[in-house]
Unconditional design. Sequence first.
Length: 365
Amino acid sequence: MTVSVLSDSLISPLGMGSEINFSAIREGASGITLIEDRALSNVPFYGARVVDNQKNGTLTRFEYMSVHCIEDALQKSSRLIDFEKTVFILATTKGNIDLIDGDKHDPGLLLHIAADRIAKHIGVKRSMVVSSACTSGVMAVILAKRMLTEKHFDHAIVTGTDLLTRFVVSGFQSLYALSHEPCKPFDVDRKGLNLGEASATVILSTVHRTAYSILGSGATNDSNHISGPSRTGEELSLAIRQALINSQLHAEDIDFISAHGTATPYNDEMEAKAFNHAGVGHVPVHSLKGYFGHTLGAAGLVEIVMSLQSLKHDELLATKGFSKLGVSLPLNVIDRPHKKPLKAFLKTASGFGGCNAAAIIKKEL
């Protein structure tokens, strides 16, 4: 059964809407700036912040950004969606974590409560949460595909949202993972990641066919360390191979890889090993973290939405911040945007606790 992408949307520091964000990053714009805000950190840090999306009415800022993104995706869809046969899946790591600075007993701190609020606001009765660290966005798409294929629902609205908060920033500062400059994925001079915030949505369906479909997927867990990725890349490699097998595709059928590419020493090295182990080390690869920062659980969906735009426009996006390869195995890192006929891409993600996910999306010509 084919699971098609009906529409998508993205809210980020670069703007509102998929096309606006794609146009910005194809021109090399970045949402990463030096942030000086003591509500987030006692010291300045580089990150990407949405400055014009605040708390609205009864919804928190996190919930409002999610709803706003979903409504834009729904408006873009020309197909009728039966909400009685639709599931809403929220992908996030921290949700309304900023509420701990106020009423610590607010039920919205519970992720499933936040998901229910968002679903009810848009008119959907069933909601679910996927919170699997930084693989949350990709895993939510994998779950949605499975539920639609098994005919539990006809449509799925999948949204990934995470915010910049003091809780998140201080956590990564304590790990010494933040770069003191804009990040440089896969580069020899990379110094760490930049955090970001965003909301991204894809609407999936088995009832309506479009030019874009979710094919195979794979997920593994290496349990290497609570925060450190595998040192061999074998587990992400297994997820990639699973995705290829489930898609009935070969490495030669993949036109580009949208990597996790956090610009941390261990993640980028692990991905380079994984891609080579899986036989896709030669495939053009990019990281979009230099444009949006690392948006945690939303990252996979942010990058899927931009990769869908790449398929639509037949254009490869560059890895901002990359200059010279700094990993131990060869990678075909895209260093400049350019036009090329595109049919399929592989999206990978990895996260704390050793979770790994891979998904393949194809354009039906």
